[in-house]
Design a protein around this ligand. Sequence first.
Ligand code: CA
Ligand code: CA
Ligand code: CA
Ligand code: CA
Length: 307
Amino acid sequence: MQRYEAILLLAAPLSCAGCFTTFDTGCHHTATGCDFDGDGVNNEVDNCPQDSNPDLADADGDGMGDACDPCVRTKCFGINCNECPGPTERCDEQARDCLDDCANRECGPSPVMQFNCGTCPQDDTYCSEGGVCLASCEGIECGPSPGDGSDCGKCQGTTEWCDSTGHCIDDCLNREYGSSPNANYDCGECPGATDWCNSQGHCLDDCDGMECGSSPNADYDCGECGEFEFCSETFQCECTAEPCGDLCCDTGEICHPLRLACIDGRPAVIETPTGSEPDSFGFAVAIDGDYLVVGAPYADTPRQSDL
Ligand SMILES: [Ca+2]
Ligand SMILES: [Ca+2]
Ligand SMILES: [Ca+2]
Ligand SMILES: [Ca+2]
């Protein structure tokens, strides 16, 4: 029979030196006071101990240098750089960070991801819109408590109503007239004869800037035009013939420029005897209705000229 001699070779204990320390079965670059990547920054303060990055640039401020950060632009992580550690955290692209969607919320769904942020502990508490557990009628003005259903009160104002969140709303708030939007309270009547109530509950003069014609919104009659007038496209009364001060002349009439009255035919015109200058105005006489005009030669002395 052949005999075999077993030889047991025992490995010598590892002896790591310099920047290497013993860990498990090998030497690792974990020793302090060393600069493994040779970038001039020791391992303890190097945000990429195995990648040379002397400037330690860290664009997203997550502690991992740009040279070794797999997600350089965000503090989120994962293959698609959109994972977060907390169960109610979400990766916010704008913030480039993980945000807790339940931050400052005790209960109810979170605002963005609709995580369940918790349940209120007792029947007489309820979860407010802000995600905080409140006692029975705390923060509720009217109607039944969302917690235990107890009566939280009634609204006091004559035009107030209780909305679905248990708050009293003045349905005529900022409205002067017309019906209120939710509960159809009468908020008032418009005072003016040609006023109308617009959809915001404010009175507008529907004939504002109009002398005549029908108003555009409520079909009010905005006025009649006077004699020898018509209603223009801009709803102003204009003369059908010649205007004369505050009047309108009839067709064929002329406005007397001094009397501002409508007359038939051309008014009298006073002329010098020759109708040219220099001339001695004083020999002319003109009659126009009740007016008689006689020239006064040399009356404006020392000019010694015509009237
Ligand atoms: Ca280094
Ligand atoms: Ca480095
Ligand atoms: Ca980083
Ligand atoms: Ca990062």
